[in-house]
Structure formats: C-alpha cells, structure tokens
Ligand binder design. Structure first.
Ligand SMILES: [Zn+2]
Length: 425
C-alpha cells in the first residue's frame, strides 16, 4: 500500500499545506473568475486569507446558485477562471436532483482529477501491474472518465467497457484477465447476477479488487459483503462529485472513506446550527477543492450527511475519516413515525438476505406523516424474517410486498430505489 507524505502527516502540516494551496488558488481566481470575484472579493469582502480558519467566514456555494449562474450566463456560466480555449473537457451532472450542470476542466485540472484518482487506486492496493476494467457506458458523467484517466496515470492497463452489454463486459474481463473492476455498487451486483444466469464463474476470475463510485453502497456493510462474496474480491468505496472532484477513498480498513486532505478542505457542519460538529457527530459535508482552479468550488454544500471519525485510522493515515462514508443525502432522510430513516440503512438490512435480489422503497404521506413500504424481489416466505430484521435495526414495522424475480428495475448508474409518492393525488 502506497501512502504519500501528507497522508500520514500531522494536522499542523496538513493545514499549512491546505492554507498555502488555498492562498495560491484564491490569488489566481481573483479578478479572473467573475463568479468568485463577485462572491468573495468585491466590495472589500476579502483581501487575503490569512489563516485557514478564515475560510469559515466565506460564503457557501451551492448547486442551485451554479445552475442559476449558468442560466444567466449561458452556456457554461461565469465560474470560469480562464478563456474558453483553455478548457479541454466538458462533463455534466446527472440531473437527478434538478437541472444538470455543465462543468468544464482545463488540462491542468483534468490532470489533477487523474492524480486524485491514483490515491483511490493505491489505497485499494492497486498498482501499475493491475488490469483495470471500467464497466460503464462512458456518457457525460465525469466519474468513470476520471477513473479511466487515474488508472492510466497509475500505469495500469486500462480498459473502457463502454458500448457493451453485461455479458459482453463479463466476457471481455474474463478474456483479458481484469484484476480491478470499477463500476457502481448496484452494477457490480447486476454483473454477478448476469454471470450466474449465464453460467460464468466470476468467483474464480482474476478480479481481486472492486472500486465503486456513483452511489454509497460500498460503505454499507451488508452491500459490501454481498459484492465481495459475489466477486471473491476486496471491495472499496470512493466518494466524488462532478462539481467538486474525487475527494474520498476507502483504505485497508474498508470502513467508510478518508478525505483526500492534500487536495480538499472538508468541514462538517451541524444541519441545524451550522457550527462544526465534534468527533463522532453527524453533519453536512462542506468541501473546497485545491487543484481545480479553472472551475473551482469553494465551501460547496454537498448536501451529503457524514460522520466525523477523527484523524487516527488504524491504516496509519491521519486524514479525516468518515465512518460509513456518505450516510445519505440531507434531503433523502425520511422521518417515519418519528424515526430517522436513511435509504442506506434499509440497504444494509436487505442485503443481508441472500434471497433478496432487488428492492424498491415507496414513500407516501398519510396526513402530515411520511410512511414507507417496500417491494422486494424475494420468496414470500422470507418476508416476516426481513420485517423482523428491519424492526431490530430501525425499530419500525415496515409493510413488505414480495414481487417476482426480475420485475424491479436494474441500474448501471445512480440507482433510483426510492419512489416518492408524497406529492401525488
Ligand atoms: Zn484508514
């Protein structure tokens, strides 16, 4: 396992590095980046950032604001530090939570993305001797393009699996002897299902590591275990955002993720008070990137809930640890009969049952109260056992309907297992 110097550095050294990077970056975007010049510097708001804690006085950036800015300044908005000719990549957000955002990268910031990804591969124990297979359609979503660039930068043989169906991808991996699989957690399970349907033996394939992005599954213990068993491989989570970068990676402990603090500054703020949370507490993750100065994101509200896990991981890294990775979206949390329910907590229970193939969460509103029900692809005899486990985990009795195998949708990217019927009449 390779660790760069800062991964095991003292807090003061990490913070010194972050401050220096941030100061240099702010100097660059000042006057050149219209969006942040107005937001941070105009009217004497900020002259120079003297201490890292001064960052807490700067305004947040949120997605709504960036979307509005792109609408006001088509096509790409005003969060651009350089003339358009300097930009070499265009990606966009999935648009699952609103209007898609178009994000441009310069060659410099694209190289930075690739470098961030090498930390993910190295922490998962991958090296230049690996053969990395990317089971993904390679659309406008940035995650897998950056994973591809990162694998190349690592020096590994890198294979894009775009434009293929699942059987073709499985055959290609087998033929080439892929050792690392990169895809969403849902799709890793889908591939395993297809392998089984087609009598293909992935348990004895060369794949020894799977790395996941796009959804939080690989940090949910039961989901991770299911992927590991299906593939007979070690499974690692990674967290990233189109607007931000590839900011987190799982280490040998496979317990949530570390923030890559040499390239990002993380704050975890209490949702009600906006104050930094103490170790062990949960809040919204706010991030600032330190290497994407062509289209930066400063104090970006990710909308993701995380737990502050301190700085002493058994792996040896001193980087901020987030146990459980991303626990859910701040706006995904459901309150059912007074109990906070995250979709990830449901996944953790359902994936403990080998007989459960897919599931769907249906949210309804009864008066002022949210209610949930589940549709689960499983034998109906299993339902009472699942209900019992859910009751133990969540202290809730949840109605479950068993549905036939193969009736619920399968996903390659951004699984949508929650159907919100609250606003229907
Ligand atoms: Zn660790």
């Amino acid at each position: 396992m390779f660790m760069s110097g800062l991964e095991t550095a003292t807090r003061s050294l990490i913070e010194e590095h972050q401050l220096a990077r941030l100061q240099l970056g702010l100097e660059r975007i000042r006057t050149m980046n219209r969006f942040y010049d107005e937001k941070l510097f105009q009217n004497g708001r900020l002259s120079k950032l003297e201490r890292l804690t001064d960052l807490h006085n700067l305004p947040f950036t949120n997605k709504r604001e960036l979307v509005a800015d792109q609408a006001a300044h088509p096509l790409f908005g005003s969060n651009l530090t350089y003339p358009l000719g300097e930009y070499v990549r265009l990606h966009q957000t999935s648009g699952t939570t609103g209007h898609p955002l178009k994000i441009l990268d310069t060659q410099e910031s694209w190289d930075w993305w690739a470098e961030c990804w090498t930390s993910i591969y190295r922490a998962a124990g991958a090296s230049k001797n690996d053969i990395v297979y990317l089971a993904f359609g390679f659309g406008p979503f940035i995650g897998f393009w950056s994973a591809y660039e990162g694998a190349k930068r690592l020096g590994a043989l890198t294979i894009p699996g775009g434009g293929m169906d699942s059987v073709q991808r499985l055959r290609a991996m087998q033929e080439i002897g892929a050792t690392v699989l990169v895809c969403t957690p849902s799709y890793a399970l889908r591939l395993a299902e297809v392998a089984q349907e087609n009598g293909m033996d992935i348990q004895n394939s060369a794949v020894r590591v799977t790395i996941h992005a796009g959804e939080p599954g690989a940090s949910i213990p039961a989901t991770r275990e299911r992927i590991e068993q299906a593939w007979n491989a070690k499974t690692y989570d990674h967290t990233g955002m189109t607007e931000m970068g590839a900011f987190g990676f799982a280490c040998s402990q496979q317990n949530g993720v570390h923030i890559n603090e040499s390239e990002f500054i993380a704050e975890i703020l209490d949702i009600r008070t906006g104050q930094p949370v103490a170790e062990g507490e949960t809040g919204e993750l706010i991030l600032t990137n330190l290497g994407r100065w062509g289209s930066p994101a400063i104090r970006y509200r990710t909308g993701d809930l995380v737990r502050h896990g301190g700085y002493n991981c058994p792996c040896g890294r001193t980087l901020l640890h987030l146990p459980g990775g991303i626990l859910g979206r701040a706006d995904d949390m459901l309150i059912v009969r007074g109990v906070n329910v995250y979709p990830s907590a449901l996944a953790d229970v359902l994936h403990r049952f080998p007989g459960v193939a897919e599931y769907k969460v249906i949210v309804t509103r009864e008066g002022a109260m949210d209610e949930i029900a589940l549709q689960v692809e499983c034998p109906s005899a299993m339902i009472s056992e699942i209900q019992e486990e859910l009751h133990i985990a969540l202290n809730l009795r949840i109605p479950i309907e068993a549905v036939a195998l193969g009736t619920l949708p399968r996903f390659e990217l951004k699984a949508k297992r929650v159907e919100d019927r609250r606003n229907r009449r």
